[in-house]
Design a protein around this ligand. Structure first.
Ligand code: ZN
Length: 210
């Protein structure tokens, strides 16, 4: 395994109250965890991300993504597990997901398709306290689409690491999408997306439906 190879991709659903409510979902009483295949990852470095056409709405969800550098063990300081952070998109086939939810079926088809996890460049993890108060923003075609802060998470970074680590395991190379704030919406062909961390560029791409 190379130093930056991504292993498991864990994602947290409904971790911001206003986002849970905007989709008509209940606010969860424990973290809602799902996964994506590692093949879902694609860069966000000014590239074009190709998305599936004719399968209904593809929603953007900008999220703080944490990289695990040291395996979780019960009782440890969860801060020691994290070695980098990035902003990433948890792209979602919303119409497909609504059908899966109605049938009680797994979310893979809606959340795990190829290129469903565009990821900005890894950067220094500033620690939970600084992370909590730093604003992150998604610009779509130059207009603010989403704006959030980790302090608005229902389950904070430490609780997420502990929950995922204890139930599923967390090791070096795993990454964790921590949920999206309100403002999700359907992408349009040609949209230009830019992620900002504390107002600074943290990844960009455009999308094309093929
Ligand atoms: Zn998400």
């Amino acid at each position: 395994m190379s130093a930056n190879e991504i292993r498991n991709i864990y994602c947290i659903g409904r971790n911001y109250r206003l986002h849970a409510l905007e989709l008509g979902n209940e606010v969860p009483d424990e973290p809602l965890v799902f996964t994506k295949p590692s093949h879902a990852v694609v860069a966000m470095n000014g590239n074009v991300v190709e998305l599936p056409a004719n399968v209904g709405e593809v929603h953007f969800e900008l999220e703080i993504v944490l990289r695990i550098g040291k395996a979780y063990e019960p009782g440890m300081d969860t801060e020691q597990c994290i070695d980098a952070m990035a902003l990433g998109l948890d792209l979602t086939l919303r119409d497909v997901q609504s059908k899966l939810k109605a049938k009680g079926q797994p979310w893979l088809a809606a959340k795990g398709f190829k290129s469903s996890a565009p990821l900005g460049e890894w950067q220094h993890y500033p620690g939970a306290a600084a992370l909590a108060e730093t604003e992150f923003t998604l610009m779509r075609n130059g207009v603010v689409a989403q704006r959030g802060k980790a302090s608005d998470m229902l389950f904070n970074v430490s609780e997420l690491i502990r929950f995922v680590g204890e139930n599923y395991g967390l090791g070096a190379g795993d990454i964790l999408y921590t949920g999206t704030p309100a403002g999700v919406a359907a992408l349009q062909d040609g949209d230009q997306l830019q992620a900002l961390w504390a107002g600074k560029p943290a990844g960009s791409c455009s999308v094309r439906f093929v």
